[in-house]
Design a protein around this ligand. Structure first.
Ligand code: FPP
Length: 260
């Protein structure tokens, strides 16, 4: 541990650290409009420290606050965070219960700051299955921030992309059956309006932490042309310099959307 620390310190001293990213390296005129993040690695972060998994989730919640602030400061317009998937119910009850308490704790602590920062809170997911206490907390945040017109903080909570697509298809079929639209009117753009992200632009940049390189049923339709950035950093260790690093890399890429 000591050795690791001194190695890092030396690297930083000579200015070669990969993580040595600052806001000065960003082109503030081309900040991604919409950033989506799969916040992964809370459990491993805790395990490495001999702590219960919940400690990792709690630390992860604090990082959410820091990244929301940093994103807002540099002009990100939409930040979508994958907080709980439709598959996460399979975890031990104690962990699920804890994860369902986090939105309350987060919003109970930080909602006044989010209001002051003009952030609009939203939730994308099946809210019907959330415990009443979680639902109350998120509904209050949505209500209290609904007139804010700054950054949208979109929590994917009890979200699953396949579920979202199936629900969209069911509604689309209902609308064709009741004559609201004809089959020929169905286009990609129209179908996007049947998704939970209907009025949001598609993510420009997807970040996933913790070294896992997969989508885990997250925004499968919306990420079709997004830039992906993966890092080994565990979510509780993620901070704004990693966010800047991801954006700097995004700004070096050429997006062709299938063209040349
Ligand atoms: C994945 O890590 C993380 C989650 C399933 C939960 C993410 C939740 C937070 C970061 C806090 C949410 C905060 C708010 C405000 C709602 P993991 O548990 O799968 O980690 P592991 O892969 O290392 O086990």
């Amino acid at each position: 541990m000591l050795e690791k620390f001194s190695l890092r310190k030396n690297k930083k001293d000579i200015g070669t650290s990969d993580n040595d990213h600052s806001i000065d390296q960003l082109d503030l005129s081309s900040i991604p409009h919409h950033i989506a993040i799969i916040m992964d690695g809370n459990g491993r972060w805790a395990k490495k420290r001999g702590l219960p998994r919940m400690a990792g989730h709690h630390e992860g919640m604090k990082v959410v606050r820091k990244i929301v602030k940093a994103s807002n400061e540099i002009g990100v317009k939409v930040l979508t965070l994958y907080a709980f998937s439709t598959e996460n119910w399979k975890r031990p009850k104690m962990e699920v219960d804890y994860l369902m308490k986090l939105p309350e704790e987060f919003l109970g602590t930080f909602l006044p700051e989010l209001v002051a920062e003009n952030v609009q809170v939203r939730v994308m997911g099946n809210k019907d299955q959330l415990p009443p206490h979680t639902l109350r907390a998120v509904n209050k945040a949505i209500e209290d921030t609904k007139n804010n017109d700054g950054m949208i903080l979109n929590f994917a909570l009890n979200y699953g992309s396949r579920y979202e697509i199936i629900e969209g298809i069911k509604q689309l079929i209902k609308d064709t059956n009741n004559g609201k639209l004809t089959i020929d009117e169905i286009t990609e753009e129209l179908f996007s309006n049947y998704l939970m992200s209907a009025d949001l632009s598609e993510p420009d940049l997807l970040i996933r932490t913790s070294g896992e390189i997969r989508l885990s049923n997250f925004m499968l339709w919306q990420l079709a042309y997004s830039e992906f950035w993966f890092t080994d950093v565990l979510w509780p260790d993620f901070d704004k310099k990693h966010l800047y690093q991801a954006i700097a890399e995004y700004q070096r890429r050429t997006r062709r959307f299938g063209g040349v």
